[in-house]
Design a protein around this ligand. Structure first.
Ligand code: C5P
Length: 224
């Protein structure tokens, strides 16, 4: 049998939401299902790569042949990403990382206060995981995701430049039945090249198929 496309390569993938504690029983998070990131992990493993999947809290089984590392907060995901990405060939940031966390999570459960109509939470910015991976001296090929509702290409190119990425997978989350929580997705892939015109549009299809197309395109670019 022919050697598989990704044999000998190590791929690190972040997936799912992060959970930012407010107190011992509450957190800030989002609706990311983790499906796309897990589909990418399954695809890369099927192509023969060694796959390290860093996952926030999701209700999904670990794909066959994938080494899974569970985390909760953005800072835990950041630390795991830097530890595991050392020497890897491809890093795909698919996680929906919380942009902010509570500055100081309460040590004890926050109590409802009589007579006060408002509660103020002070939030601080989380680290940008993918940008910090892309800034490393030993950087792998770095692929990011962008969920947009309009002007996909412009926002994707902006993200590519601003975060120092090699490729951006932009999906239109305004389209019914696609994106967040759905089983299907469509995407526009843009990557860094001499004249800034290289891109490929992937039509709506199951996330498993889309994941394979994304991983294949990334492998082709990183070898180019
Ligand atoms: O800036 P925005 O959240 O739109 O960028 C999305 C991309 O950046 C995704 O690839 C996501 O995984 C990554 N990201 C990250 N760390 C953050 C925020 C986003 O790695 N703190």
């Amino acid at each position: 049998t022919a050697p598989r496309e990704a044999a000998g390569l190590t791929v690190v993938i972040t997936a799912g939401p992060t959970r930012e504690p407010l107190d011992p029983v509450r957190y800030l998070s989002n609706h990311s299902s983790g499906k796309m990131g897990f589909a990418l992990a399954a695809a890369a493993a099927a192509l023969g790569a060694r796959v390290l999947l860093i996952s926030g809290p999701v209700a999904l089984p670990t794909p066959a042949g994938v080494e899974r590392h569970d985390v909760e907060s953005a800072r835990e995901m950041h630390d795991a990403a830097h530890r595991l990405a050392r020497g890897c060939d491809l890093f795909i940031g698919c996680a929906a990382v919380a942009d902010y966390r509570a500055e100081t999570p309460a040590e004890h459960k926050l109590k409802k206060r009589e007579g006060e109509h408002t509660l103020t939470l002070r939030l601080v910015k989380n680290p940008d995981i993918i940008a910090s991976i892309a800034a490393r001296d030993d950087r792998p090929y770095v692929v990011g995701f962008a969920a947009e509702t309009r002007d996909l290409e412009a926002y994707a190119r902006d993200k590519l430049a601003r975060k120092g990425l090699d490729m951006v997978v932009a999906n239109d989350v305004s389209r019914a039945g696609l994106g967040f929580g759905a089983d299907d997705n469509a995407a526009l892939l843009v990557w860094r090249d001499a004249d800034g015109t290289d891109q490929r549009s992937l039509p709506p299809q199951p996330k498993s198929q889309l994941a394979l197309a994304v991983v294949r395109q990334a492998l082709a670019r990183l070898r180019a």
